[in-house]
Design a protein. Structure first.
Ligand SMILES: [Zn+2]
Length: 150
């Protein structure tokens, strides 16, 4: 992005009026353009060097903020896709199976199917709701929830 004089804001960072254009660093050996953003706390000009061909430093919006178009976002998503174990569908499927197992455990405990009774570990899955299995309607509902979908 070319330098724009009189810019008041750049990606959320406020720009200072009458900025110091250059920064001299490394004991006077390096002269570079200075970030033109204004500190929100001290209201002074940022003391970092600006990025190449940008008006601001990397903390004030000089770095890329990622793709904006739908195609660009989709391309990034496809590039990060590795095995699909943590997709929303996989997580929902895992949660459903976990809830099904929890209902099966409840039914087994209710019918004294196990020697001592099984106490499930961990927090209950989000799709699970504790049912009163002495109520016939809720018992039927629990049995229905153990059936596989499709
Ligand atoms: Zn800055």
């Amino acid at each position: 992005m070319p330098l724009v004089m009189g810019l008041t804001s750049y990606k959320g960072a406020n720009m200072i009026k009458n900025p110091e254009p250059y920064l001299i660093t490394a004991g006077g050996k390096i002269r570079c353009r200075r970030c033109k953003a204004q500190s929100s706390r001290t209201k002074a000009q940022c003391k970092n060097p600006a990025l190449k061909s940008k008006a601001v430093c990397k903390w004030h919006g000089g770095l890329s903020t990622g793709p904006k178009t739908k195609e660009g976002k989709e391309r990034i998503r496809a590039a990060h896709y590795k095995h699909g174990e943590e997709t929303q569908e996989a997580k929902a499927q895992r949660s459903e199976k976990s809830a099904m197992f929890r209902y099966l455990t409840d039914l087994g405990n209710h019918c004294n199917l196990f020697y001592k009774g099984i106490k499930p570990l961990g927090r209950p899955p989000s799709q699970y709701a504790k049912l009163d299995l002495n109520d016939p309607e809720e018992l039927a509902l629990a049995i229905l929830k153990t059936l596989p979908r499709k």
